[in-house]
Design a protein around this ligand. Structure first.
Ligand SMILES: Cc1cc2nc3c(=O)[nH]c(=O)nc-3n(C[C@H](O)[C@H](O)[C@H](O)COP(=O)(O)OP(=O)(O)OC[C@H]3O[C@@H](n4cnc5c(N)ncnc54)[C@H](O)[C@@H]3O)c2cc1C
Length: 554
């Protein structure tokens, strides 16, 4: 065992770890960056992400006719977070106040300086469906990075490589942290296992064969190891009662290395306080990936507003469980049905305009920055990745009539769970309402409302039509699985990113950034997210904490 001296050790080379490493190293301090995966996985989850970022009152919003403001964004944030735990929410709320200001002022110019650019059509995620003080984005705020996740990560990797070349950063892949070194009350280093080399492709499950051990000391350790979304057992263990029973069947929206191990090691070995363990952010529109990269790989549909949404027995969900309105509200509604899945029923026209898939590899046009491929989105026909799911995905069925569609849906689950007449009646009733712009079906009102927004009208919200009009067919049903993704709680940190003990005191030498600390404070989001706030939380905690560490070591 060789003992090396570094000023700082950062554990985890995801987006948050990269930003923190770069900020610290640019101040002249020597950083050791460790990751249990190989060099091919640098960037962690962010590489796979859609690159959606929450920005407030941006140039892109204004160009699309959106009037946003700091006040409106904070109103939405508070209505969404619904902080109700005076102790556990204390630091998360403080981080949130700063973060929304960051998204309003500094985030866009800072990223542009790093050569990050945005797709001009701003998306409208989490639309809410309640009153002005309730959950959701009042206006479109989901800015898609030009180049998706890789477009966001690459500038930080370039910067890292420059710092490595200058001798300020040392990167060691296949170094799995197993524990923290403690001297007195302070954390002074990290030890762990050197894992066998691997040549798996980025994101694939890698081996855990131990071929050695390591131990390094430094003045500061920054934990940047992500959440628990790849560990379905841990998710079930921490599943909140308010969302019903944990799903027995789930697909995984994150690579296997998002294992949550270091979160609990930090709790046990450093005496760190984990808060808001029961807060998490999983999706209800998960598809089993026909072409998986990691175990149980699921892909999330980013739906437009028009698909009808039914439970496993074919009952339409009550308002406001519309596609893209309230992720956790719908998750709760689904879990109360006693089944782990639900159904979208839609037409070919809806799938062609309204379905997008989350993930860099599912959006080759945006990821490769290809205008030619992008243009194909406005041509008739489903985009390539959606067509591939229609052709090979096990969750899709198609038919010319509603009766035969229900027969196919029942065949897929192996049981006559849905009554044909019941389903037909509900679709017919909805179709009667669609003929007028004024009607009593709030989903149809929302569909018309979406088309007032130019961005939706252009590429996201199809002209309302009757589902049973064969002109728009065939009919399609999609079985939607629960898809694991984000951890909203985590290590409690103060505004410098220092990890806190249960008594509120900070642990000397120990900091945390990104998803492992609930994107700031142990729960920046409270109960829910406005979307695009996870990558943003990694950028912000990485930057703030990196600066605080550099300052503390000055
Ligand atoms: C498909 C997909 C789409 C997404 N889309 C969006 C989006 O559009 N907008 C948005 O805001 N968010 C999105 N997200 C979420 C966002 O990408 C993540 O929340 C964020 O990237 C987490 O970054 P992180 O650095 O905190 O953790 P991670 O990216 O998980 O990185 C942690 C790193 O730590 C390493 N590690 C863990 N434990 C150890 C250990 N013991 N020793 C050594 N190394 C360890 C891991 O190998 C990993 O490299 C998406 C995520 C996915 C997967």
């Amino acid at each position: 065992m060789r003992l090396l001296q570094f000023d700082v050790i950062v554990v985890g080379a995801g987006l948050a770890g990269l930003v923190a490493t770069n900020e610290i190293a640019r101040s002249g301090k020597k950083v050791l960056l460790l990751d249990q995966e190989g060099e091919q996985s640098i960037g962690g989850q962010a590489w796979w992400s859609f690159g959606g970022l929450f920005l407030v009152d941006s140039k892109e919003q204004r160009a699309m006719g959106v009037k946003d403001s700091l006040e409106l964004a904070w109103q939405d944030w508070i209505g969404t977070a619904t902080y109700d735990r005076p102790d556990e929410d204390y630091w998360g709320r403080k981080w949130a106040e700063r973060y929304v200001e960051f998204a309003y002022e500094e985030k866009r110019p800072w990223l542009r300086e790093k050569n990050v650019r945005f797709f001009p059509v701003v998306g409208w995620a989490e639309r809410g469906g309640y009153l002005a003080d309730g959950h959701g984005n009042s206006v479109p705020r989901f800015h898609i990075t030009w180049g998706t996740g890789p477009g966001l990560v690459t500038p930080f990797v370039h910067e890292l490589n420059e710092l490595i070349a200058q001798g300020l950063v040392t990167f060691k892949g296949r170094h799995q942290a197993d524990g923290l070194i403690k001297k007195g009350h302070a954390i002074t280093g990290v030890y762990g296992s050197v894992l066998a080399p691997t040549n798996v492709r980025r994101g694939e499950d890698s081996n855990r064969e131990v071929i050695g051990e390591f131990s390094y000391e430094a003045e500061v350790v920054v934990v940047a190891t992500g959440g628990i979304g790849g560990n379905l057992d841990l998710i079930r263990k921490n599943w909140p009662k308010r969302l019903g029973n944990p799903p027995k069947t789930m697909v995984s929206g994150v690579p296997k290395h998002v294992d949550g191990r270091m979160l609990y090691i930090t709790e046990e070995m450093a005496g760190a306080n984990i808060v808001n363990r029961d807060r998490m952010w999983h999706y209800t529109e998960g598809l089993k990936n026909w072409n998986p990269i990691w175990s149980k790989h699921g892909i999330r549909i980013l739906p437009g507003p028009s698909s009808m949404w039914f439970d496993a027995e074919g009952n339409r969900f009550p308002t406001p469980n519309f596609p893209g309105f309230d992720t956790l509200g719908t998750l709760e509604t689904i879990m109360k049905t006693g089944y782990d899945y639900s159904w979208f029923v839609l037409t070919k026209d809806i799938i062609e305009s309204e379905f997008a898939l989350s993930g860099s590899e599912q959006n080759p046009d945006l990821t490769e920055k290809s205008f030619g491929k992008l243009f194909q989105r406005v041509l008739p026909g489903a985009p390539g990745p959606i067509q591939a799911f229609l052709d090979y995905g096990e969750d899709f069925v198609m038919a010319e009539t509603i009766d035969s569609l229900v027969i196919e849906m029942n065949k897929l689950v192996g049981e006559k769970r849905i009554d044909i007449d019941h389903m037909r009646r509900q679709v017919e009733m909805r179709d009667r309402e669609v003929m007028n712009k004024f009607n009593k079906d709030l989903q149809i009102t929302a569909m018309h409302g979406a088309r007032f927004y130019l961005g939706d009208k252009l590429i996201r919200a199809v002209k309302p039509h009757r589902l049973l009009d064969p002109k728009h067919g065939p009919l399609i049903a999609v079985r939607l699985n629960i898809l694991s993704r984000k951890t909203l709680g985590g290590l409690e940190t103060n505004l410098s990113g220092q990890v806190l003990r249960p008594d509120g005191t900070s642990i000397d030498g120990l900091y945390a950034v990104g998803e492992v600390c609930g994107f700031g404070g142990g729960g920046l989001h409270g109960y829910r997210s406005l979307e695009g706030t996870f990558l943003g939380g990694c950028l912000f905690t990485g930057k703030q904490t990196g600066n605080a560490v550099a300052e503390a070591l000055r």
